[in-house]
Design a protein around this ligand. Structure first.
Ligand SMILES: [Zn+2]
Length: 414
């Protein structure tokens, strides 16, 4: 396929670029005005250039005249919980009336509410609901996503979630990475016995999860009222023996020590970071761990926004993700994440775009194949409607600006 008359081709990086850190989030990628782009028959970006030297179409080539529309890479959403049994909008009413996350959890709501319902849900229903959510994410521009377990909280139900995730990976047109999050909360049967739950996770759940061979990563909710850094360390050490690399939930509710324990264990990413100080930034600067912030959770749950500006100014490769889940962020729309990053976290649109694309891909170890415009990358592309330029997108934050979604060279929507 040959795309002609592209108004702006955004997020072009030199081949081999797998993350953009600090200032490079703004200046390490470029745009080309009045461009063409060719997609090879195996669904990759073959090449691109300026329309003044556009190539002749090949005999069998499909031509897409973009007539002055923009093209950018699909978003890479590195943190989601899209397999869940039911929305939790009833609980949200309590939040509107002033209950905190901790109070909702204490009243038996929150994650355990989802776990109770998940235990009663069929695999087929979980799959169909999650597939529908994922297709909505794809229609909103996401081309790669991570999916976590963590509403099972006992071995059979964590395995059930993993099988649903494996089927999503098989059947969705997007790239999918799968994370085992057995330490999302303490399962109902272990209420008040967190140490015993961790022992069970280590002795029973983790070996069973590893035997399925589905999970790419392990994750722990290392935060106040959930798992401690000591619990997290134990789980990560055990998971490493099965080849599962860490991704950590840290510093959403308090400065938890989660960043440090993640970095010490070479976490691929540490996520949330709503409460992050100079020590955390210093610790991340000396590591290859990707800091991932989730402004959709801050927006929906009225939490502070992560200090994205400080992270980028300190030279970190910041990623942004949706945290799509039924409790604290019931949206997987990366368009909104992008807009929030600009409005609330003081990132420039092009910095935030790097965080939503290539750095998100890096937080899933996919940035060698997706997340930017470069020869050889998967042709996962968003084609816009007629807009002024890329900066306009997060500014016009409710405008339906997407015209087409292309994944691996195939038009999926539009
Ligand atoms: Zn999460």
């Amino acid at each position: 396929m040959l795309l002609l008359n592209i108004k702006e081709l955004a997020m072009i990086v030199p081949q081999g670029t797998t993350r953009l850190a600090g200032q490079d989030m703004l200046t390490g990628h470029t745009s080309l005005s009045s461009a063409w782009l060719r997609i090879s028959s195996d669904g990759k970006i073959e090449n691109f250039g300026s329309m003044v030297c556009a190539p002749e179409p090949r005999n069998d080539e499909q031509i897409l005249n973009l007539d002055d529309r923009c093209v950018l890479p699909c978003f890479c959403d590195s943190h989601t919980h899209i397999i869940y049994p039911a929305p939790r909008h009833d609980e949200w009413l309590g939040k509107i009336q002033g209950l905190t996350y901790e109070e909702i959890a204490r009243r038996g709501g929150g994650i355990l509410n989802s776990a109770d319902r998940l235990a009663e849900s069929s695999e087929e229903k979980l799959f169909e609901d999650a597939r529908r959510r994922a297709m909505q994410m794809i229609a909103a521009g996401t081309g790669a996503m991570e999916i976590k377990t963590g509403y099972g909280l006992d071995t059979p139900n964590e395995l059930k979630m993993l099988r649903v995730a494996a089927r999503l990976r098989e059947e969705l047109p997007a790239n999918v990475k799968i994370t085992f999050l057995g330490a999302h909360a303490v399962g109902r049967k272990y209420t008040g016995r967190i140490d015993e739950y961790v022992e069970m996770l280590l002795k029973e759940m983790l070996p069973a999860v590893a035997a399925e061979g589905i999970a790419d990563y392990v994750d722990v909710f290392c935060d106040e009222g959930f798992f401690t850094p000591a619990h997290t360390q134990k789980i990560l050490e055990a998971a490493a023996r099965y080849g599962l690399k860490p991704k950590i939930h840290a510093n959403e509710l308090a400065i938890s020590g989660g960043v440090q324990v993640g970095v010490r264990n070479n976490a691929v990413s540490v996520d949330h970071l709503e409460r992050t100080g100079a020590e955390e930034i210093e610790c991340l600067a000396a590591s290859s761990t990707i800091p991932t912030m989730l402004p959709g959770a801050s927006f929906f749950s009225n939490l502070p926004y992560g200090n994205a500006r400080a992270a980028v100014d300190a030279g970190l490769p910041l990623a942004l993700a949706s945290d799509y889940n039924p409790g604290s962020s019931p949206s997987g729309d990366m368009r909104m994440v992008w807009a929030l990053a600009c409005m609330k976290m003081k990132l420039l649109p092009r910095e935030a775009l790097a965080a939503c694309t290539l750095n998100g891909a890096a937080a899933m170890e996919l940035s060698h194949e997706t997340g930017a415009i470069t020869p050889g990358a998967r042709a996962n592309l968003i084609i816009t409607k007629h807009i002024a330029d890329i900066n306009y997108i997060p500014y016009a934050y409710t405008e339906p600006w997407i015209d087409k979604i292309i994944l691996d060279g195939n038009v999926i929507f539009g």
